[in-house]
Design a protein. Structure first.
Length: 173
């Protein structure tokens, strides 16, 4: 059982990782990629129903864990919430490309072979007694997404290419 669980939610896939498995966030597949490139690669992997195939490949899962762990470290989640947090939801969703700037965004996406650029967002976090309790995880996930809903509504135009965010906004969970 992991001591911490990071739920990565992309456009179509959800993968759970233990970010403590990859402290330091070093992986050979990520060498030469900056933070934005890593998020775009992660978003690409969690898009178009590729997650199941990715989860079968230990090398890719290791790279995914490294990206998630690095993002959490950059966001200083542990410093912000302390040791009371053991479940965090992170969304990695498509970004809308502004009219007239598409070639710049296309170049950024092409660096990692993605079709889109992606925006990562850490939702509020939770302390759960049992990380193996799927019902509690789902309930906490829903609560974290509900608390993030105002952020997505406020940035609706920036997430215009994200069918996941548009559905979330319409349904309001």
């Amino acid at each position: 059982m992991p001591t911490t669980l990071l739920r990565l939610m992309g456009e179509s896939d959800i993968i759970d990782i233990d970010p403590t498995d990859h402290e330091g966030a070093v992986h050979p597949r990520l060498m030469g990629l900056d933070a934005a490139d890593r998020i775009n690669l992660l978003g690409h992997w969690l898009d178009h129903d590729q997650g199941e195939a990715m989860s079968d490949d230990p090398d890719t899962m290791s790279a995914i864990a490294a990206i998630g762990a690095a993002f959490l470290a950059e966001q200083a989640v542990a410093a912000t919430w302390g040791d009371e947090v053991n479940f965090v939801v992170m969304t990695i969703l498509r970004e809308k490309w502004p009219v007239g700037s598409k070639s710049k965004y296309r170049a950024v996406a092409d660096r990692v072979g993605a079709n889109h650029t992606y925006i990562a967002n850490i939702c509020s976090a939770a302390k759960l007694d049992n990380l193996d309790d799927e019902a509690a995880l789902k309930q906490s996930e829903t609560a974290q997404l509900m608390m993030a809903l105002p952020h997505y509504r406020q940035n609706r135009k920036r997430f215009a290419n994200s069918s996941a965010v548009q559905t979330l906004i319409r349904q309001g969970l």
